[in-house]
Design a binder for this molecule. Structure first.
Ligand code: G1P
Length: 294
């Protein structure tokens, strides 16, 4: 049983400046909901109830988002807007939220290590909220929990990425493995190598995206890992050690992912969510309840 989902949210979000100068990138809204809330909802759908955040300076808004706001609640009580807070209020009522700080930027591996006191000595999930994922049935994390139960090892979500973008990601090499169930055919790989942001000769076109299930031995491995790409402690490098022991499965998940850390990905996600909610694409003459585009 996995209980804790870790959200490393200390990053500066420099690709989104100036918007992220004073507002955490995880608080940017897709339609009317901040990215981080989508991530927490995905974790809840996967059965998690303990949310652990590794934050940093300037990220207090995330903490406040997962707390009551009596003034606003009183203001909208009994009005048609009361429902707008129902989703986040339910999360507040049913989950625990813990926070710790990464005092200096040291990479994703370092951020995960800083989250150790929130996790303890058990397997845990990691969600990077700027990778926003939508699936028709079970969410990505829920799909991965089932795989962790089957294989008992670390699981990383992967996706095919075009050649000219692969240098932005952690990239795996691996051997296809038998899938539990026909609909999983071609989706699973026993990872045997990993490179963080390869500048040339990527080992494949399979990039790691921001969903991980990690076994707790990863903490000791991170402690013994040297800084890598950008001079930072990379989770990809620690995972490579697990991969060399045959303990990492890569999963080409079912669903669609948007890179909301970039402006084009963010706009695409916004358009996608608009269509999902209102059943039509947004245009200058689009009319939806309470609003006309023109
Ligand atoms: C991080 C990881 C990288 C992974 C990516 C997914 O990179 O280090 O391995 O592919 O997230 O979004 P970042 O986007 O923080 O540079």
């Amino acid at each position: 049983m996995i209980n804790t989902c870790l959200f490393p949210v200390a990053g500066y979000g420099t690709r989104f400046l100036p918007a992220t100068k004073a507002v955490p990138k995880e608080m940017l809204p897709v339609l009317d909901k901040p990215l981080v809330q989508y991530g927490v909802e995905e974790a809840v759908d996967a059965g998690f109830s303990q949310m652990g955040f590794v934050t940093g300076r300037g990220k207090r808004a995330i903490e406040d988002h997962f707390d009551r706001s009596p003034e606003v609640e009183n203001q909208i009580e009994g009005t048609s807007k009361a429902d707008l807070l129902a989703g986040v209020s339910k999360l507040i009522d049913t989950c625990s939220f813990s926070f710790t700080r990464q005092v200096e930027m040291g990479g994703l591996g370092d951020a995960i290590l800083k989250g150790r006191p929130l996790v303890g000595n058990e397997p845990f999930a990691v969600v990077l909220p700027d990778d926003l994922c939508f699936c028709e049935e079970a969410g990505v994390l829920q799909q991965m929990v089932a795989l962790h139960e089957h294989f008992g090892c670390s699981i990383v979500a992967i996706e095919e990425v075009p050649e000219d973008q692969i240098h932005n990601y952690g990239v795996i090499s691996g051997e296809p493995i038998d899938a539990p169930g026909e609909d999983m055919a071609g989706r699973l790989f026993r990872v045997n190598g990993m490179v963080e942001k390869p500048q040339s000769d990527p080992p494949s076109n399979l990039a790691i995206i921001g969903r991980y299930i990690l076994t707790p031995d990863i903490f000791g491995i991170i402690e013994n890992t040297e800084p890598g790409a950008n001079g930072e402690l990379q989770i990809t490098d620690a995972l490579r050690t697990q991969a060399e022991q045959g303990s990492v499965v890569g999963y080409r998940f079912k669903g669609r992912r948007f890179d909301c850390g970039s402006v084009p990905g963010f706009v695409e996600a916004t358009n996608y969510c608009f269509e999902q909610r209102f059943g039509k694409a947004y245009g200058p003459t689009t009319s939806v309840e309470g609003h006309t585009g023109a």
